[in-house]
Ligand binder design. Structure first.
Ligand code: FDA
Length: 389
């Protein structure tokens, strides 16, 4: 079988690429269904883009690489597509756009776009062997126990990162990129809950509170959720991308509360109240009980000195915690790092060394914040390659 373009991986990026590539396109995936991560994303409603998409909200060794693709196919372009397919959507918070109904509508939309473009989708199909003779790729693929030879002028690597191996994530794109001389930057789980080996928050698991979480100079103001194994919630998922093992994070439990004034006025008017009772007006009660076991918060407010009030406030504004690890690829939404962008053309996503080899989506060393940014990268990089092949 001969095609112009063979795409490996029918996830978000691969399908978007197929929808923009010419009609002589074969897209293969080893899964039973395409876009499985789209299906489970955003609690089943798919946070498909973010209104505030901005290159600064992406991580990667080259902070400029992703600018071109993101500016040539924007969040508004994807929103147009969603609207054309009559998929109802809404903004949930912070510019995050979700389907009103269900994430599978996005998969159906991409399948329809691929079909219209004339691309052929083969599921439950694996790559067995791959070579390149300088101008064409030769792939041996296997579907339902049967081998097929495919030759193509273009090969697009769109098999994603390592997150959630249970859902079929593999390192195939990295292996092929390496085979063709590309390097892979260090990879690690990101947008992932952080853990503590002593399970110190087990007793307050389920408690959530607004915070500003900070690591290595980057801060996010969102909710923090205590879990059996440690910390989660959007603030922690976001900060996990900036955290490395051994680093401390700082949690400001009082993002908008002037606790010092509250304590001083309580000292004057309700001196006989416990400090913890006053704190429980500002923070979840179970959290205050937990904190009181660790910090000296006993006694009455009336007995607090100015210095002690400042100490309590300072501690709760800069609660230093050193997680022992993360929940890893088992639950990480994305993989940080990937195929180095050094030798990839940012306009077309084509290898600078191997003509016809393209790399897109999460497999590449571009990682977005939580909130629809990673899908936007998949759409933008997919379109860039699709229009270039
Ligand atoms: P993706 O992983 O989507 O697709 C890769 C495809 O390649 C898969 O279909 C896989 O089966 C196939 N494949 C892998 N190895 C293969 C092999 N060896 N042979 C053949 N096929 C192979 N992002 C966001 O912006 N908003 C959100 O709401 C969410 N929510 C979310 C929830 C959860 C639980 C997760 C795990 C992730 C998210 N994300 C997200 C992140 C988002 O899902 C992710 O960034 C994109 O799916 C990446 O798109 P890709 O197409 O690059 O990879």
């Amino acid at each position: 079988m001969q095609v112009d373009t063979l795409i490996l991986g029918a996830g978000a990026a691969g399908m978007m690429c197929a929808a923009h590539a010419g009609s002589s396109t074969l897209i293969i995936d080893h899964a039973k269904a395409p876009g499985e991560k789209i299906r489970i994303s955003g609690g089943g409603r798919c946070n498909f883009t973010n209104m505030y998409t901005d290159p600064a909200r992406f991580l990667g060794q080259n902070p400029h690489f992703h600018k071109s693709a993101l500016s040539r196919y924007t969040q508004w372009d994807f929103l147009d597509l969603v609207t054309r397919h009559k998929i109802a959507w809404h903004e949930k918070t912070l510019g995050q756009l979700f389907c009103d109904d269900k994430a599978t509508q996005i998969i159906e939309m991409l399948r329809a776009e691929m079909a219209q473009a004339g691309a052929e989708l083969w599921l439950q199909t694996s790559l067995v062997d791959l070579s390149h003779d300088g101008s064409r790729f030769s792939a041996q693929i296997e579907r339902e126990g049967k081998r097929h030879s495919v030759t193509s002028r273009n090969l697009v690597l769109a098999t994603g990162g390592k997150s959630i191996p249970k859902m079929g994530a593999t390192g195939l794109a990295y292996d092929i990129a390496r085979q063709f001389g590309h390097t892979i930057t260090d990879t690690r789980p990101a947008l992932v809950p952080l853990t503590f080996s002593d399970q110190r928050f087990a007793a307050i698991s389920g408690v959530s509170t607004p915070v500003i979480a900070q690591a290595n100079g980057t801060a996010f103001e969102e909710a923090l959720l205590f879990t059996h194994r440690g910390l989660s919630g959007p603030a922690v998922l976001q900060i996990s991308s900036y955290w490395a093992e051994g680093d401390a994070i700082s949690v400001n439990l009082l993002p908008h509360h002037d606790l010092a004034t509250t304590l001083r006025s309580a000292r004057q008017n309700q001196g006989k109240r416990n400090v913890t009772t006053t704190l429980a007006e500002v923070l979840p009660e179970r959290l205050v009980t937990h904190l009181a076991a660790d910090m000296p918060l006993g006694g009455n407010v009336g007995d607090l000195s100015d210095k002690r009030i400042d100490e309590i406030t300072g501690t709760l504004r800069d609660w230093a915690l050193t997680p022992t690890g993360s929940e890893g690829y088992r639950t990480a939404e994305v993989t940080l790092g990937g195929i180095s962008t050094d030798r990839i053309d940012s306009k077309t996503m084509m290898s600078r060394d191997v003509p016809g080899l393209y790399m897109i989506g999460e497999a590449v060393d571009v990682t977005g914040w939580l909130g629809g940014y990673n899908f936007q990268w998949a759409w933008s990089s997919g379109v860039a390659a699709g229009l270039a092949v």
